[in-house]
Design a protein around this ligand. Structure first.
Ligand SMILES: *[C@@H]1O[C@H](CO)[C@@H](O)[C@H](O)[C@H]1NC(C)=O
Ligand SMILES: *[C@@H]1O[C@H](CO)[C@@H](O)[C@H](O)[C@H]1NC(C)=O
Ligand SMILES: *[C@@H]1O[C@H](CO)[C@@H](O)[C@H](O)[C@H]1NC(C)=O
Ligand SMILES: [Zn+2]
Length: 278
């Protein structure tokens, strides 16, 4: 075997098409870089910062003008794996990327979507947590938090009360990123329950907390979106993750589920959960 072939042989497993297994940071990076190279006209790969351990926080943008905002083209974002042990969302987003770029120009609906939306995809907000997972299970385990042992979904400023948690590098990176784009809708993928949860997660009496809920002014839109997602998945008729919660129609208001402070949920955010805690 000549040297070139040996070298290729060592490189190929990293850039080969996406398989159905978990992808560590290096494999994920290799995949994202390969997509950005092969589909350079509709993708833009950039890192919005670094984790505690110095791992890049990658975002891949898919759109007809992936590098910049265009008037009339809404900005959408997906964030997954902010809890390092909630790993399904990370893989789902990698597969979504694969599906989007390989369907462009072949599937009318996807081509239309890429023409009319700019989709920002962050497969992992907590790459250190992911690498820290020792034994994946459906309960709290190593890796939920970042490398400083902070729960990133309790680490953001809160709209309703003061959140004194020390802001983590991953959180700061996302906060700065949010200032650079005018996101109009977002989804945040977690694990541990099968439900589409819509904002708010925290609240005050004026948002309905006396009635065990906390609704946004756009509640009809959020319920519509949550229902649209949940109704497409026959498994979402009730919670499939052996927890005691039962979600009618597979959706819930975040506050009704349980109040939560400092989460990555904004007015225009919907939370989609695939099977661990949010
Ligand atoms: C990019 O193209 C190369 C060469 O055709 C191919 O081997 C590789 O699998 C492609 N990567 C992706 C992510 O499509
Ligand atoms: C998408 O945009 C491309 C390039 O501007 C155009 O050629 C194509 O007709 C559009 N397709 C759809 C389905 O909107
Ligand atoms: C944050 O607030 C809680 C409760 O109010 C308090 O127990 C804790 O010491 C505070 N932490 C910091 C870092 O100030
Ligand atoms: Zn979570």
């Amino acid at each position: 075997m000549d040297f070139a072939r040996l070298w290729l042989g060592l490189l190929l497993p990293l850039v080969a098409a996406l398989d159905f297994s978990y992808h560590h940071q290096e494999e994920m990076e290799a995949f994202l870089k390969s997509v950005a190279q092969n589909y350079s006209s509709i993708t833009h790969l950039h890192s919005i910062g670094k984790s505690v351990k110095g791992r890049n926080l990658w975002v891949l943008v898919v759109g007809r003008s992936p590098k910049e905002h265009r008037i009339g083209i809404p900005e959408f974002k997906y964030v997954a794996n902010m809890h390092g042990d909630e790993t399904v969302g990370r893989e789902l987003l990698l597969h979504l990327i694969d599906y989007l770029v390989t369907s462009d120009g072949k599937d009318l609906e996807i081509t239309n979507l890429i023409n009319s939306t700019r989709i920002h995809i962050m497969p992992s907000m907590n790459p250190d947590g992911f690498e820290n997972v020792k034994k994946p299970d459906c309960f709290y385990s190593n890796g939920r938090e970042n490398d400083n042992f902070y729960d990133l979904n309790r680490n953001f400023p809160d709209a309703f009360e003061f959140n004194n948690e020390t802001r983590q590098p991953e959180t700061v990176a996302v906060m700065e990123w949010l200032k650079t784009e005018t996101f109009v809708l977002s989804a945040n993928l977690h694990g541990g329950a099968l439900v589409a949860s819509y904002p708010f997660d925290n609240g005050i009496p004026a948002t309905g907390t006396l009635h065990y809920r906390s609704l946004t002014p756009d509640d009809d839109v959020f319920q519509y979106l949550a229902n649209t997602y949940a109704s497409r998945n026959p498994n979402m008729k009730g919670d499939q993750c052996k927890s005691k919660m039962n979600f009618p129609n597979g959706i819930t208001n975040g506050y009704s589920w349980y109040p939560l402070k400092g989460e990555l949920l904004f007015i225009s955010t919907i939370l989609l959960i695939a099977c661990t805690q949010r």
